[in-house]
Design a protein around this ligand. Structure first.
Ligand SMILES: Cc1ncc(COP(=O)(O)O)c(C=O)c1O
Length: 435
């Protein structure tokens, strides 16, 4: 069969497909696997009890289950959910959002697909194709293959701060970002359509500070492009931001030039596929129209489950008093176990984990590419994600060894699995060095 460019680009080999497929296959096998790969949130009994309680309430309420399952939602999302959400965000952060500022999608992954392609690619007025600028590599694997137009992403390398022998942190190289913006649209460099960052960053666990965000916001406005902020792990839910570790104040941020992505996945509801976009009226209405074409309507289950929890504050309480401390402890444990497993004989460095559910391991001078290390670990039933996938939008990656020396590790799984998995990773790295 002859596929179109669309078919080949979405249906070909993509990192995100490998990632999701590996996860599914590993779970389906009979051998014990250490699942430190994909982005599954942890199973947290206190949080799961909240979903059970809500399901029971719905079962006990006349007609509630039928309304939830038996109707198409509107392409923008359920008015009651949107109203509860805007009330919460306005109350918490002093914003003045109305219902026209919120669109729901079937997972925020879908929202990003629509948004990134809505902004980048061939221009409507016949002008040159436009690109999305990712100011801080490494960046979320899920964006890497979403652009329908080739070369519609451009990214900037970070500066790397070595905090101590085994800890580092990426910073935005603002000079490089500004150079990219300044040169765009002149000569051979295609114009920029938007700036996009995840905050907390998947994969590194970085949390960009308010200062850094204000600088990005100011640059975006100066160059007349929207700033997309992916808040999948951020505040007010799931609040996987470690306030005692971040490098400075890090409050959520929104204005008419910002497109803020949120999700119900990392509070523990990835199966409901509920993404949230907060944007200007124009962005929300275009996104909702695109959503109608692509999906007709959204899944209702997440919205119905969560709506009263937005209204009565339960979701904020659960995020702050259960989810955040749960991951905070797990991150500490994982750091300690990894340091013990590596010992002093193998060079390693972890990115400072300021938020998100991942450890980002850098193995300086690793004698093999992390893709090969990943295959070797998979053979030993440890599933991680090789770092290569998180470096995209840079045409000269061949010259950047760092992009082949990193690995993303999900630390949210059971303590036994994380500790054993980290032990196997350290052992395999040692074997690679001894070869
Ligand atoms: C940074 C980031 N953005 C977006 C997503 C997509 O999440 P979902 O489609 O489940 O809302 C993920 C999932 O792992 C993510 O890590």
């Amino acid at each position: 069969m002859q596929f179109s460019r669309f078919g080949r680009s979405l249906g070909g080999d993509t990192g995100i497909m490998d990632l999701m497929d590996d996860m599914g296959r590993a779970l389906a096998g009979t051998e014990k696997k250490y699942m430190l790969g994909g982005g599954n949130p942890a199973r947290i009994p206190e949080v799961e009890a909240v979903w059970r309680r809500r399901l029971q309430e719905l079962l006990g309420e006349d007609g509630a289950v039928e309304r939830m399952l038996g109707n198409y939602d509107t392409p923008q999302g359920q008015p009651a959910f949107i109203e509860a959400l805007t009330a919460l965000l306005n109350r918490e952060f002093g914003w003045s959002l109305g219902p026209e500022n919120v669109a729901i999608t079937n997972g925020s992954q879908t929202a990003f697909f629509i948004l990134l392609n809505m902004l980048s690619g061939p221009a409507d007025d016949g002008g040159p194709p436009r690109r999305v600028l990712f100011p801080l590599l490494p960046e979320y694997i899920g964006y890497a293959d979403q652009g329908l137009d080739p070369d519609c992403f451009v990214a900037c390398r970070p500066t790397v701060e070595r905090i101590d022998d085994h800890t580092h942190k990426y910073h935005i190289d603002f000079d490089a970002v500004e150079d990219t913006l300044r040169e765009a649209g002149t000569g051979a460099a295609a114009p920029i359509a938007a700036i996009c960052v995840s905050r907390p960053t998947n994969p590194s666990g970085n949390v960009l500070t308010d200062r850094e965000m204000h600088r990005l916001d100011e640059l975006a406005r100066r160059y007349g492009v929207p700033l997309i902020i992916d808040n999948a792990y951020g505040m007010p839910f799931p609040h996987i931001v470690f306030d005692d570790v971040v490098s400075g104040p890090a409050q959520p941020m929104w204005n008419e030039n910002i497109i803020l992505g949120m999700s119900l996945s990392k509070i523990g509801l990835p199966g409901t596929r509920t993404g949230i976009i907060i944007g200007s009226r124009e962005v929300v209405s275009t996104l909702s129209r695109a959503n109608a074409v692509l999906s007709l309507a959204n899944t209702t289950v997440g919205q119905v489950l969560v709506e009263p929890l937005l209204r009565d504050g339960t979701l904020l309480d659960v995020s702050q008093s259960v989810i955040r401390p749960f991951y905070r402890k797990k991150a500490d444990d994982a750091h300690r176990w990894l340091a013990e497993a590596f010992g002093a004989d193998v060079p390693f460095s972890l990115h400072r984990t300021e938020g998100s559910i991942f450890l980002w391991l850098w193995l300086p001078d690793l004698p093999v590419a992390s893709r090969e290390l990943y295959d070797r670990l998979k053979a030993r039933n440890v599933i991680v994600v090789p770092g290569e996938y998180f470096f995209f939008g840079d045409p000269d990656l061949d010259t950047w060894d760092h992009s082949r020396q990193c690995m993303r590790i999900n630390y949210g799984q059971s303590p036994e699995d994380v500790q054993t998995g980290l032990g196997i990773i350290a052992d395999e790295v040692r074997r690679v060095w001894r070869r």
